[in-house]
Design a protein around this ligand. Structure first.
Ligand code: ATP
Ligand code: MG
Length: 337
């Protein structure tokens, strides 16, 4: 059975941008495929410690992150495996072995590393090396599909290159993940959805943006979220048109409306195009968003910590079994066994 693998980065409370752009598409994909694929949802906690973290916060974020997926409708059938990377020691082991296959040249080309290290006097090796750890995360489970955002495409290509290089040297050990172009096709998205910042709609909504009114968090009280929509920046054109360049604020509202009500964007656009009272549009979107949050938060409250820990226990048993078989094979190839 083929495997779809995705990292469930749980480092803080999500915005509706993360929810609509990352979490829901993953849940949809899992619902579509969990009968005929393994769905590996793992928490990359080894990646989290690249910058110093508070252990209590990290543990709380991990549990909350998993609850988010369950509340969003993640199927929990027998093919869905939820596990923490740090509880499967094979990840760290394979990372080391792949470090001996990766070259400084290719690692130095990673744009994420360049961006994250730029201008810093001192940068830890983890920031430099984490794409290799990520390659291990994928290759241990022979995952072919790894839905990621565009910022991670280069790392998927690295994983593919390391797998092919290793296979050339030692025989067909690793399954090579499909190319990023095919990943996108599999996800069913032409381009990733980008919810915009409510106050500065030229930018995307980001959880790290300090201004509270620029973003809606999944734990915002529905009334609060409604107020944020009502105060969203629009434009002075005075007529609704879906045009992310000329009217990004209004277009963002249309996009949010379509996604939270699960209506085709084209239908939402036809309903509202030409409307001159932006207030009416805002009111409708505010209602839709607060309703969506109310439903989500009620579901979230039903997921217990115990349920999360039970899922982790069985997921980690499964992950260790699969990963250790692959690691053993790799260790034999390189001469360690
Ligand atoms: P940060 O400000 O810390 O970068 P972020 O909100 O950009 O936070 P990330 O942790 O970078 O979130 O990304 C988590 C996931 O959410 C990624 O898959 C990313 O593509 C997706 N995502 C982030 N922002 C948006 C957005 N505005 N619209 C849709 N998807 C988004
Ligand atoms: Mg980001």
């Amino acid at each position: 059975m083929k495997t779809i693998l995705t990292g469930l980065r749980a480092n803080s409370v999500f915005t509706i941008g993360n929810y609509l752009g990352a979490l829901l598409p993953m849940v949809r994909l899992a619902r579509e495929h969990s009968d005929d694929y393994n769905i590996n949802l793992f928490v990359p906690d080894l990646h989290s410690i690249i910058s110093e973290v508070d252990g209590g916060d990290l543990q709380a974020n991990i549990v909350r992150g998993i609850k988010y997926y369950i509340a969003a409708g993640m199927p929990l059938g027998k093919n869905v495996h939820i596990y923490r990377q740090s509880r499967v020691p094979a990840h760290s082991e394979l990372c080391w072995i792949l470090n001996c296959v990766a070259t400084m040249g290719e690692m130095n080309r990673m744009t994420q590393y360049k961006e994250k290290s730029e201008g810093k006097a001192s940068v830890n090796v983890g920031i430099f090396d984490y794409p290799v750890l990520m390659a291990g995360d994928i290759l241990l489970y022979s995952a072919e599909y790894v839905p990621v955002g565009e910022d991670q495409f280069q790392h998927i290509e690295l994983a593919r290159n390391l797998a092919m290089r290793f296979n050339n040297r030692y025989g067909e050990v690793f399954t090579v993940p499909v190319s990023t172009a095919e990943q996108v096709k599999f996800m069913g998205l032409d381009e990733g959805i980008r919810i915009r910042d409510l106050l500065n709609p030229e930018k995307k909504m980001s959880k790290s943006t300090p201004a509270e009114n620029s973003k809606i968090m999944l734990d915002d009280a529905p009334e609060r979220a409604a107020k944020k929509i009502m105060s969203a920046t629009t434009d002075s054109v005075g007529k609704v048109k879906f045009d992310m360049w000329e009217q990004p604020g209004v277009s963002n509202l249309l996009l949010i409306e379509a996604l939270v009500t699960d209506t085709p964007l084209q239908d939402v656009i036809s309903t509202w195009t030409g409307e001159t009272r932006y207030g009416d549009l805002k009111k409708k979107v505010a209602e839709s968003v607060s309703e969506m949050l109310g439903v989500f938060q009620a579901k979230l409250a039903e997921v217990s910590d115990e349920m999360v820990y039970e899922l982790l226990e069985s997921g980690e048993r499964y992950a260790n079994e699969v990963a250790n078989v692959k690691l053993h094979e790799v260790q034999k190839c390189v001469g360690l066994r």
